[in-house]
Write a protein that binds this ligand. Sequence first.
Ligand SMILES: [Zn+2]
Length: 347
Amino acid sequence: MSKPRCTFCGKSQKDAACLIAGDGVWICDVCVGVCNDILEERLLETPLRAPADTDLGRIEAHIRASVPGQHGAVRQLAAIVYNQHARARAAAAGKPVADDHANVFLTGPIGSGKTLAVRAAAEAADLPLAIVDAASFVVRRHQPDRDPMEALVHAARKIRTSAHYAILLVDNAHALLTPPTADGSIRHGQQKLLPILNGTATVDPKEACDSRRVLVVCCGTFPGLASLDDLTAIGFLPEFAAHFGVLCRFEPLPASELRALLTKENGLLADCARLFEREGVELRFSTEVVDGVVREAERLGTGTRGLRCVMDNLAIAVSMSFDARPPEGPFEVGSSLLHTGPGAPED
Ligand SMILES: [Zn+2]
């Protein structure tokens, strides 16, 4: 049998960094790169597709599958994203669609599921989603930040739909309140977003994409924000605040939701038990320990993140309590282990 050579360019195994074998053929790393470029070009020429058909109920159900609680807020978010979806579908069908729409302020504590909810909504509505960190607009870095419009077009290309009706999630939106400095070492983050909100930001002449119809969701904790009228009072520019018409508020997860996340099928307790099953240990959690985990997560006040953190520490404490080797038979996890893991409160 002859020595393998790239079927496309004839390079031998010795000259190529990598040869990939197929059924009686080979391709080298360089040719794979060339093919990728061609593929990207060709894909750009294929017509964009309209978002797949869906309805409000399905979008809401999809969000609920990944975000616990937040009943009214999830419904509100589903309706907003469904509206954007309907506009995208109408535009793709050649129907007239007004550009006007209200952008969203999404507030709520850390770990209440804000980002997850927007992700799930965009996925269910088959709309492109780009997530940018507001802090990157504010603090000057060595590298220029990624342009949000470019991020949108990139997200749209990935799912072969138009970027016109994309969703831009601005995470850590409180960074936009950082006052700019005269020497330019700290920029005005809101100024970076204004062209997008005004609909004048453009990118990619090929697609002639502008930002008039992009749905902007500013996401942050903003604990005191009770109404959009307060945006200017906390430091947002009037011309920035004017583009936001919907306030969607996520609440801290109540103890009942935290408990459900622990005890449901394939919940966090089951996760933890599976971890030990591999070592042949059957974990059993007492009611006191479940109560204790919920209380501790409530104290941390960071929702699902806090809950995970408490469970991780508990798992470590359980492992450490085994001394040299795992016990025979079932192991009852007692609440005494709750505060012995690393990161447990000192007091
Ligand atoms: Zn080759």
